[in-house]
Write a protein that binds this ligand. Structure first.
Ligand code: WT7
Length: 581
């Protein structure tokens, strides 16, 4: 389906009126838990129109994660959908949302309204349309349809409903006026909260404001993708993450861009899906993540070469360091060596691109995010807080503010100051390591705090540890990041058990399930190893540095003299999980 700017404006006004009719005022928080459908964009913009603060929660998050975010921002209303498909898997979103609402009620925070988009059934019509051109594709889609019908019958997607609380989006929209006077806002008024993992384990509510954020998203979009009026732009990220906020909703729309909004996944119905969409809509600028590139690279060149891709002009990547092999594949196979790649380094906190090439203007080096964007002043610091000049490696910091910088952590300004400004007073600390080469190019080396990046999503080891500790059998848990060929990094967990519990495959599966349920499927651990005890310093700190080496079977441990129990190390090496994939 297609929507014009005029139609979008009318729908946004309608939904803004719906929100106002429900008593939503400037400054109120609204939680949005939706898949990648148009209503997600409409809901965000409707909030912005009336000065309400949206908090979008990625639809892959669990009921616990949603509940935690609802409670933290104290929202007055939840917007969700009945259900959706991820590939051929049905996700009963309303059921998960209801669980979250029940949990939040149990914790003394009952919500009064839940607006539900009726989505199930719509996408099948859209899929038919998409399949009409090519007979083989049509056949494939028919198979898919049959599979869907089968699975939906098998799963009986019954949408739980409480008439006192739940109301259909479509019913509310049909009577609403298409005109809505906007709320006048100050540039420093709040626009949205977006939660990101924090090293304490509790998600941090990153707060962005109206003026600075939108200016930065719009400007960086325009220059980094060299946006031109005839472009068709496609970013494959989910709007539940900052990439979707800045480079699907706000940046492109503020530029009047034509863009593609995609609800599916790259490998369904086959590994050519991205390239077939690029051909179908003549996409010129394409923005995706290294993890998706590696996944498609594994499927070989054939699915790519089956499609023309001749419309493509600029390729982008974001989310984690891209390994040169994946970069070269993207450049040679996807872009046929004619499309510059913009490797954009930034964070939820920065609102928009910080280090990035400008396409066709910046000479590229595979794996480097190259140079700072306009107005950005990076520096590299050593542990003692000295700025390093020339070729150097250390902490990546920024020396002066830029319009898109977050303004606070919602409800916790103190934590905002400590997390980002305390280590090196006067500098914004990214938490990433970085190297500057002799030509002045910046190379991100990865996180240097207790965070890890799984398929471009930041997770904190503490968050996963506390999920594991929620299981009755676990007495201690330590989680470290481990290299993974597709996801970039994955989770390797060490667990100590309470007396009376045995470590079995069954228990390991239960623990994986526990993490999935507490956080969401992206956080599912790849490895769980039993540890009779964990290596600790005299002050009782678990030495994750050593556990990381054990996970990788790297016996070069360095100094272990500070450990109270060095004897455990050999046993942990012997009991390693088999990490060959
Ligand atoms: C962390 C921020 C920014 C949108 C998606 C993630 C890593 C991000 C790159 C890149 C190397 C990158 C960093 C950063 N990261 N882009 N181009 N090269 N690393 O947002 O969840 O806030 O994560 O992602 O480690 O700190 P986020």
């Amino acid at each position: 389906m297609k929507i014009t700017y005029g139609e979008l404006l009318r729908k946004v006004c309608q939904f803004a009126n719906v929100l106002r009719n429900h008593g939503v005022k400037k400054g109120d928080r609204i939680s949005i838990y939706l898949p990648m459908i148009l209503e997600l964009v409409i809901a965000m913009l409707a909030c912005a129109r009336i000065g309400a603060i949206h908090s979008v929660v990625f639809a892959g998050f669990s009921a616990d994660s949603l509940c935690e975010r609802i409670l933290d921002c104290g929202c007055s209303l939840l917007i969700t959908a009945d259900a959706f498909y991820r590939g051929d898997k049905l996700v009963n979103l309303k059921q998960i949302a209801d669980e979250a609402l029940q949990k939040s009620k149990d914790k003394g925070f009952p919500l009064k309204k839940c607006i539900v988009v009726k989505h199930l059934g719509r996408e099948e019509v859209a899929a038919d349309g998409a399949c009409s051109q090519s007979p083989p594709l049509k056949r494939l889609c028919q198979d898919v349809q049959e599979k869907k019908t089968e699975s939906s019958q098998r799963l009986h997607p019954k949408i739980p409903w409480d008439p006192r609380m739940d109301v259909w989006w479509q019913d509310l929209m049909s009577g609403a006026s298409t005109e809505c006077e906007p709320e006048w806002c100050d540039s420093e008024d709040e626009l949205f909260i977006l939660y990101t993992s924090g090293s304490t384990g509790k998600p941090k509510g990153v707060l962005h404001t109206v003026g600075g954020y939108m200016l930065y998203a719009a400007t960086s979009f325009k220059y980094v993708f060299d946006y031109q009026p005839e472009d068709v732009y496609w970013c494959t990220a989910d709007i539940g993450w900052i990439t979707g906020h800045s480079y699907i909703t706000y940046g492109p729309l503020a530029n009047g861009a034509t863009s593609v909004l995609f609800e599916g996944i790259p490998t369904y119905p086959d590994a050519g899906r991205m390239w077939s969409i690029i051909d179908k809509y003549k996409v010129t600028k394409f923005y995706t993540a290294p993890t998706a590139i590696r996944l498609l690279m594994k499927c070989g060149e054939e699915p790519v070469k089956k499609h023309s891709r001749k419309s493509l002009k600029v390729l982008g990547t974001v989310g984690e360091p891209i390994n040169p092999e994946a970069w070269l594949w993207y450049y040679r196979v996807v872009g046929e060596e004619r499309c510059p790649i913009v490797d954009t380094f930034w964070q939820t906190e920065t609102g928009g691109h910080m280090l990035t090439p400008l396409p066709a203007a910046t000479p590229m080096k595979p794996g480097s995010a190259t140079f700072p964007f306009f107005g950005v002043v990076p520096a590299i610091m050593n542990e003692s807080g000295e700025e390093l000049e020339g070729e150097a490696e250390g902490y990546l910091v920024f020396k002066q503010p830029w319009p898109g910088i977050m303004r606070t952590l919602y409800g916790n300004h103190q934590q905002f100051e400590t997390t980002y400004f305390k280590k090196f007073p006067g500098y914004y600390v990214t938490g990433d390591g970085c190297r500057r080469d002799k030509d002045g190019y910046y190379w991100i080396t990865g996180r240097i705090d207790d965070m890890l990046n799984v398929s471009g999503h930041l997770l904190s080891t503490a968050e996963v540890e506390s999920a594991l500790l929620g299981h009755g059998a676990v007495s201690e848990a330590a989680v470290v990041s481990h290299p993974h060929p597709l996801k970039g990094e994955c989770l390797y967990c060490f667990v100590t058990l309470k007396d009376g519990h045995d470590f079995t495959k069954n228990l390991a599966d239960e623990l994986k399930k526990q993490v999935r349920e507490k956080i969401g499927p992206i956080a599912t651990p790849d490895y769980i190893q039993y540890a009779p005890s964990l290596p600790k310093t005299r002050s009782g700190k678990i030495t994750r540095r050593i556990l990381r080496k054990i996970a990788q079977n790297d016996r070069d441990l360095g100094d272990i003299s500070t450990l109270v129990n060095p004897g455990i190390i050999n046993q942990l090496f012997n009991d390693r999980c088999d990490t060959k994939l």
